[in-house]
Design a protein around this ligand. Structure first.
Ligand code: UDP
Length: 368
């Protein structure tokens, strides 16, 4: 069977990497090729290098001031030639990016079956996250085989009328990736990890911050930065913030937090350095999806700077909390975790509702 795996951003690369490795182990059964759209460039390449993945096709689409219209069109048009040349039986897409949505449309036009990894996540709020909720709903309409991470995501798909026999609950491949990265970390050190060792003050509690959601552009990021400026007054903490490369994120963050003591603004980290830093951290503040899934494996409390999440499982078990972007609310929750040991312990339970590292093996056995 011919398999084409298509992705374009950092989080997709992290979550597809262990699947590519699994397909590599089974070359007798599958002829697998990897196509990147490079919706992100640098952040994608960091992941490809770490996992030693060399794409067979690279659409190299990223442009300065990239917009969704152009990106969608470029993915569809760019994939036409690759689909016609390689003629895959199955195209694998992931999650909720514009790459995934456009690639599933192109694959449908071509007549390949679409397999969706991380299927069925929903907020059912068209605008949150934007454009991801609609990207994943469209992808889900087109998909032939849905790999849902949890029973909740399976249920969401059933509610949308997807036939249950086409849905497989397999966990999330991000846990496979995290385990691979942790294994490599035991005898691996790169320049970023060396740099972090110089930055991290082991005597302080590390608050790790990331953020990139379009819905937080503007006021959201201004508020998040105001809260961080407030929290940074405490002397027993250190805020470490790898800042996403999007200019809409860079501008407010460097303007408001640049030069503040206790706040280290650094470039986005490669995956191994980021995992290293998650392990060192005390609290994680983020609007990211993947980090909500990874942190429970490491026993790290996560405060999510959004009002909704498509990942309710860890919120229900109590290790992830939604705090939105109101500065007072963010500050209050961070201070509570810093001051109240019981509250901290409840949120740092080491149990992961998103998987145990065998997701990729399950996907391959379902396909065969
Ligand atoms: N991550 C990384 N370097 C960073 C920040 C995050 O490697 O500087 C990883 C993180 O561990 C997670 C993924 O990137 O696996 C999350 O990506 P992002 O937050 O960009 O997207 P989302 O998960 O929200 O789709």
């Amino acid at each position: 069977q011919k398999i084409l795996i298509v992705f374009g951003t950092r989080p997709e690369a992290i979550k597809m990497a262990p699947l590519i490795k699994e397909f590599e182990k089974h070359q007798e059964a599958f002829d697998t090729k990897v196509c990147v759209t490079a919706q992100h460039r640098e952040m994608l390449d960091q992941v490809l290098n770490f996992f030693e993945i060399v794409p067979d096709f690279d659409l190299n689409l990223m442009k300065p001031n990239q917009n969704l219209y152009q990106l969608t069109a470029d993915v569809i048009v760019g994939l036409k030639e690759i689909l016609e040349k390689f003629k895959p039986d199955y195209v694998f897409v992931h999650g909720d990016t514009t790459t995934s949505m456009a690639a599933s449309i192109a694959s449908f036009y071509f007549g390949a079956k679409v397999c969706h990894v991380e299927a069925g996540l929903r907020t059912f709020d068209k605008l949150s996250p934007f454009p991801e909720e609609i990207n994943r709903q469209i992808t889900g309409r087109i998909t032939d085989v849905h790999f849902a991470p949890t029973a909740t995501s399976q249920q969401n798909l059933i509610m949308e009328g997807i036939s249950p026999e086409n849905i497989h609950v397999v966990g999330n491949t991000v846990i496979d990736a995290l385990i691979l990265a942790q294994k490599k970390l035991s005898n691996f050190e790169d320049s970023q990890i060396r740099q972090l060792k110089n930055i991290v003050n082991e005597d302080k509690k590390i608050i790790l911050v990331t953020g990139h959601r379009r819905e937080n552009f503007g006021d959201g990021f201004l508020n998040i930065c105001k809260a961080l400026r407030e929290i940074a007054i405490r002397e027993d903490i250190q805020i470490i913030y790898p800042v996403h490369l999007n200019p809409q994120v860079q501008k407010p963050v460097y303007e408001i937090l640049g030069g503040i003591a206790n706040v280290s603004l650094i470039d986005p980290l490669g995956y191994p350095a980021f995992v290293w830093l998650m392990i060192k951290s005390y609290i994680i503040l983020t609007d990211s999806g993947g980090i909500q899934e990874e942190a429970p494996s490491l026993g790290k409390p996560v405060l999510v700077m959004r009002n909704t999440t498509e990942r309710p499982e860890a919120v229900e078990q109590g290790t992830v909390k939604l705090v939105g972007t109101d500065p007072d609310k963010i500050t209050t929750h961070v201070l509570q975790l810093l001051n109240d040991v019981d509250a901290y312990e409840t949120m740092s339970l080491k149990h992961n509702p998103y998987g145990n590292g065998d997701t990729c093996a399950s996907i391959l056995s379902i396909l065969t």
